[in-house]
Design a protein around this ligand. Structure first.
Ligand code: HEL
Length: 413
């Protein structure tokens, strides 16, 4: 049966949502039936990365780029433009908004505070922020694993894409205002019971960082991550609206088919803050994820906690740890990192568990599921290499690429 792409995404998303609801809320451990990760990683398919970028453009992105670093060195690939007005080609060194990849930065800071004995993962959030949450059972770990049940206020905020964005693009929120927006809505689950992605969790993580250190997250990201790793192109920018230096412009797709793209480059990102307001570039993201998984930022104990995952949907190929995703690719390679969606920008930043191979990819568009799915193809090409024969069916792994199975690769949060 042939379905339109939009219809296929809708059907796929509905199917994933239905099966995800059936995923049991297991303890914080990898399920017993999960197969072992493959230990040898195939050589990257660099042409495959370029093809995935071209597919991203064909799906509506003005530009897209990727950086792969492995034992053989660094490779950059780019397609299309980073500025639709000037026609400037996408520059692989350019800065861009990384959205929720910022959650991994917030998690590292929080876990360093755990390493220093200043925060305990299983303490109630209210022990650090008395009276903030209406339930003393919600712990710091629940926030970081998206199991708090705190509603994601951005669902209502961006129910209508462009009006929602324009209403907040120059707005400055306090953390408390964002939490209040969440608490106006019913909670989604009992604390700890099931995974439900919510930006609110990482707004509260930012508040804990601020309370425990006495500093805003910008200072803590700087001191603990950006300076030690010499990330020259990474900064937390809030509430200033510009992306400084050489950067890609971001283009938001309106909900209405055929409507012109909205240049969404400048915004406060105040609706996200510690959940999503970092600006970076592909090199810095690769350096960051690789250093993190190599154990350069955290103790072995907190890194183990961060990389201990539970499934986020019933495909058993997508998982979440503490502010960190694990994707199990079709060839059996497991990669850790995060994805990001902020108006005008899609990001993927992933690395192998040993930190020796990393892939960062971005497209300067958003609200275009097909483009995000196509960009996700860079991961398969980078970490699974050339596809020479149909994938062998393995227990617990998706037998086909999502596109081949009529499912979105990134269909659920
Ligand atoms: S959503 C996600 C991604 N995360 C979450 C966070 C982030 N980004 C947001 O919450 C932005 C949502 C609105 C984005 C906007 C668009 O596409 O630009 N969409 C609409 O307005 C739709 N009406 C789970 C996908 C993640 O990968 O972690 O980043």
């Amino acid at each position: 049966m042939r379905l339109s792409i939009d219809r296929r995404l809708t059907v796929g998303a509905a199917l994933l949502a239905a099966v995800a609801a059936a995923v049991p809320a297991t303890a914080h451990a990898v399920p017993a039936e999960a197969p072992a990760a493959r230990t040898t990683v195939p050589a990257p398919d660099l042409d495959g990365i370029s093809q995935a970028l071209r597919n991203t453009l064909a799906a509506g992105a003005p530009g897209a780029m990727a950086r792969f670093k492995g034992p053989e060195g660094v490779e950059f690939r780019s397609e299309g433009v980073q500025d639709r007005t000037t026609g400037e080609a996408m520059n692989p060194k350019s800065r861009f908004r990384i959205g929720s990849v910022s959650k991994t930065f917030s998690s590292v800071v929080l876990l360093q505070l755990v390493d220093e004995g200043k925060v305990k993962l299983d303490d109630p959030v209210n022990a650090y922020l008395p009276g903030l949450l209406p339930d003393d059972r919600i712990t710091v770990r629940h926030l970081m694993t998206h199991r708090s049940g705190l509603a994601d206020y951005t669902n209502a905020m961006f129910a209508q894409t462009v009006p929602g964005f324009e209403a907040v693009r120059n707005k400055v929120f306090t953390y408390q205002e964002l939490v209040a927006l969440s608490l106006k809505e019913p909670r989604t689950t009992e604390p700890g019971v099931s995974y439900k992605y919510s930006n609110t969790n990482f707004v509260v993580v930012g508040m804990i960082i601020e309370k425990v250190t006495g500093h805003g997250v910008a200072k803590e990201y700087g001191k603990r991550i950006i300076k030690p790793l010499k990330l020259k192109n990474t900064s937390y920018v809030h509430p200033a609206t510009a992306i400084k230096g050489v950067h890609a412009r971001g283009y938001l797709h309106p909900d209405e088919a055929g409507a012109p793209l909205v240049d969404s480059t400048e915004q406060t990102v105040s609706w996200a803050q510690s959940a999503g307001a970092v600006i970076s570039n592909e090199t810095d993201l690769g350096t960051f994820m690789s250093a993190l998984l190599r154990g350069k930022l955290l103790s072995a104990k907190t890194l183990e906690a961060m990389t201990t995952v539970t499934p986020t949907d019933a495909t058993n190929t997508r998982h979440y740890g503490l502010g960190l995703r694990r994707y199990d690719l079709t060839c059996g390679t497991q990669v850790f990192g995060h994805t990001g969606t902020v108006q005008g920008f899609y990001t993927y930043a992933f690395t192998t568990r040993d930190g020796k191979r990393s892939l960062s990819a971005m497209a300067n568009t958003s609200n275009r599921g097909q483009a995000n799915t196509a960009l996700g193809g860079t991961l398969e090409a980078a970490f699974c290499g050339k596809k020479t024969a149909p994938a062998v069916m393995k227990r617990g792994f998706a037998p086909l690429r999502a596109a081949e199975a009529d499912l979105p690769e990134h269909g659920s949060r």
